[in-house]
Design a protein around this ligand. Structure first.
Ligand SMILES: [Fe+2]
Ligand SMILES: [Fe+2]
Length: 465
C-alpha cells in the first residue's frame, strides 16, 4: 500500500517516514473502527459526498459518488503564514511555536485528545440513524457529517502522532477504543455519551453540539501552537455544513409542525408537537453549554497566558490581547443564593467563549421563530437560561428553572417533565421515524429543504440504495 498516495495530504507525508510508520499501524485500526461503528447498513452504498482533496479553493469540496469506506480521509492544514506571531497572552508578539512547548505538553495533549474524542463519538452516536432517514437528501447529509467527523479524527491523530511521540501514538490508539455511551470505556465528554437515536436529536445535536465545536475550533484556530491552529482552520470550513444540517433540520421540523398546527392536532396528524421540540432544545443546549468547561477556570487562564487558546475571533474582536487586568462579571451561587461576582478575565474565558456561542444559537432560534411567524403562528421557541440543567461548572449540582432562577431539587424533579424530553416524548418521536428513501419523497413530520446539495434538486438520488 502506498500510504501517502492513498491519504491526500499537505503535510509532506511522503517524506516523513516516522509519521508514515505511525499511520500505517493506525489506518487498519481506523478502518476496523469505521466498519464496526460507522453508519450501519450503508457501507456499500454509493453516496453523493464532498471530499477534500487539497486545501485550494477548488480542491477542498470535490463532489462525487463514493462508498463510505473508500472515502479518502485526508490530512490538511491551512497553508502556513510566513512570520506568524503568537496573537495573545504573555508571549504576545513572539514567533509561534512550531513544536510543542515542553511546559505545556500535557495541557496541549489533553486539549487535542478531548477535541479528537468528540469526532468518532458523534459517528458512534449517529450510526443507526440511516435506517430511519426522512429523505435521501437527509441521508446523504448524515453521511457527509459522519465522514467529515472521521476526517477530523484524522486531523487530531496527525497532531498526536507527529508532535507527541510515544504518548501521542498511545492516545491515537485510545481514540479508537473508547465508545460513546459505554459505561466501561465512555467518551470523554458527556454530551458525546448521550443517545442520538432519532432525527430530531440529530438535528439538535448538529445545531448545538457541533456549534460548540465551531467555537472550540475557532479559539484554537488562533493558537500559538501553529500546527494546531492551521489544522483547526481547515476543519472549520467543513464544520459549517454540519451546523447548516442541524439549523435547517430543526427549522424544517418547526415549519412542518406549524403547518400541521394550522390543520388540527399535531399528534393526530403525525407531526412533532412544538413543546417536544422545545424540550429537545433545552436538553441539547444545556449539555452543549457544559462542553465549554467551568465558568471560573484556572486552566483557561493558563492556556490563554501561554498563547495556546484564545477568545473567539481574538484578532478581529479585541484590541487588548493581554487581558491581564480586566474583570468579568458573572453570577455565582453562594449560601444558596445567586450573587454577583467579579472574576479576573483570564479565569472567565470559558464563559466568554460560551457567551459568544449563546449569541450564535439565538440567531438560529430567530430563524426558527420566523418560520413559525411565516406560517401564521404566534407560538415561539426559546433558549433556556445558561444555568438550567448544567452538569459542569458553577451551576452544576444546583437546580434552576428555564429562566435561571435557583429552585429546590423537589421543584426541579416535579417540573422536569415540562422542561426535558420524557421517555414518552422520546418514544413518540421515535415512533414517527420511518425511512423514506424514494427520491423526491419526504417524511410527514418534516418539510422538504429549500434547495438541494451542490445545485442538485431535492429529487436527486443522493444515495443509491
Ligand atoms: Fe468535527
Ligand atoms: Fe461537526
Amino acid at each position: 500500500m502506498n500510504l501517502y498516495e492513498r491519504i491526500p495530504n499537505n503535510v509532506n507525508l511522503s517524506e516523513d517516514k516516522k509519521l508514515q510508520r505511525a499511520l500505517e499501524k493506525w489506518l487498519p485500526n481506523y478502518l476496523d473502527w469505521w466498519n464496526e461503528m460507522g453508519p450501519d447498513g450503508f457501507q456499500q452504498k454509493d453516496v453523493y459526498l464532498r471530499t477534500a482533496i487539497s486545501v485550494e479553493p477548488d480542491g477542498w469540496a470535490n463532489f462525487d459518488f463514493v462508498k463510505m469506506p473508500d472515502y479518502r480521509w485526508g490530512i490538511f492544514l491551512k497553508p502556513a503564514e510566513p512570520d506568524a506571531k503568537i496573537g495573545f497572552g504573555d508571549n504576545y508578539g513572539q514567533p509561534v511555536y512550531q513544536e510543542v512547548p515542553g511546559e505545556f505538553r500535557n495541557a496541549l495533549r489533553r486539549i487535542i485528545v478531548t477535541q479528537g474524542d468528540t469526532e468518532p463519538a458523534s459517528v458512534e452516536q449517529q450510526r443507526e440513524l440511516g435506517k430511519t432517514c426522512p429523505s435521501l437528501y437527509d441521508l446523504r447529509n448524515l453521511f457527509q457529517v459522519n465522514v467529515e467527523e472521521g476526517r477530523h479524527l484524522w486531523a487530531m491523530v496527525y497532531l498526536l502522532q507527529r508532535y507527541f511521540g510515544r504518548d501521542g501514538r498511545d492516545e491515537a490508539d485510545a481514540l479508537l477504543e473508547r465508545r460513546s455511551g459505554n459505561p466501561d470505556k465512555p467518551r470523554i465528554l458527556e454530551a458525546f455519551n448521550q443517545p442520538c437515536d432519532d432525527w430530531l436529536n440529530f438535528f439538535c445535536f448538529t445545531m448545538f453540539t457541533d456549534r460548540d465545536g465551531k467555537y472550540q475550533l475557532s479559539a484554537l484556530a488562533e493558537s500559538g501552537f501553529e500546527p494546531l491552529a492551521r489544522t483547526c482552520q481547515f476543519m472549520l470550513t467543513e464544520e459549517a455544513h454540519h451546523m447548516f444540517v442541524g439549523d435547517t433540520g430543526v427549522n424544517r421540523t418547526v415549519k412542518r409542525t406549524a403547518q400541521l398546527m394550522n390543520q388540527g392536532d399535531v399528534r393526530e396528524l403525525g407531526g412533532i408537537p412544538l413543546d417536544i421540540i422545545q424540550r429537545y432544545i433545552n436538553f441539547w443546549f444545556s449539555y452543549s453549554l457544559d462542553l465549554f468547561g467551568g465558568e471560573i477556570s484556572s486552566n483557561s487562564a493558563d492556556f490563554f497566558a501561554a498563547g495556546l487558546k484564545g477568545r473567539y475571533k481574538e484578532q478581529e474582536q479585541y484590541d487588548d490581547h493581554f487581558a491581564a487586568d480586566q474583570v468579568f462579571n458573572m453570577k455565582v451561587v453562594e449560601d444558596n443564593q445567586l450573587k454577583d461576582s467579579e472574576v479576573p478575565l483570564r479565569n472567565a474565558l470559558n464563559e466568554v467563549l460560551r457567551t459568544e456561542y449563546v449569541k450564535d444559537c439565538e440567531k438560529g432560534l430567530a430563524r426558527w421563530n420566523k418560520s413559525l411567524a411565516d406560517e401564521g403562528r404566534s407560538e415561539r421557541l426559546f433558549l433556556p437560561n445558561s444555568r438550567f440543567h448544567r452538569h459542569v461548572g458553577e451551576y452544576a449540582g444546583q437546580n434552576f428553572d428555564l429562566e435561571g432562577n435557583l429552585i429546590s431539587q423537589e421543584e426541579f424533579e416535579r417540573r422536569k417533565g415540562e422542561w426535558l424530553p420524557s421517555v414518552e416524548d422520546r418514544e413518540y418521536v421515535r415512533s414517527l421515524m420511518h425511512a423514506v428513501t424514494e427520491p423526491g419523497k419526504i417524511a410527514n413530520w418534516i418539510a422538504p429543504p429549500a434547495t438541494g446539495i451542490k445545485g442538485k434538486p431535492f429529487e436527486f438520488e443522493y444515495v443509491r440504495l
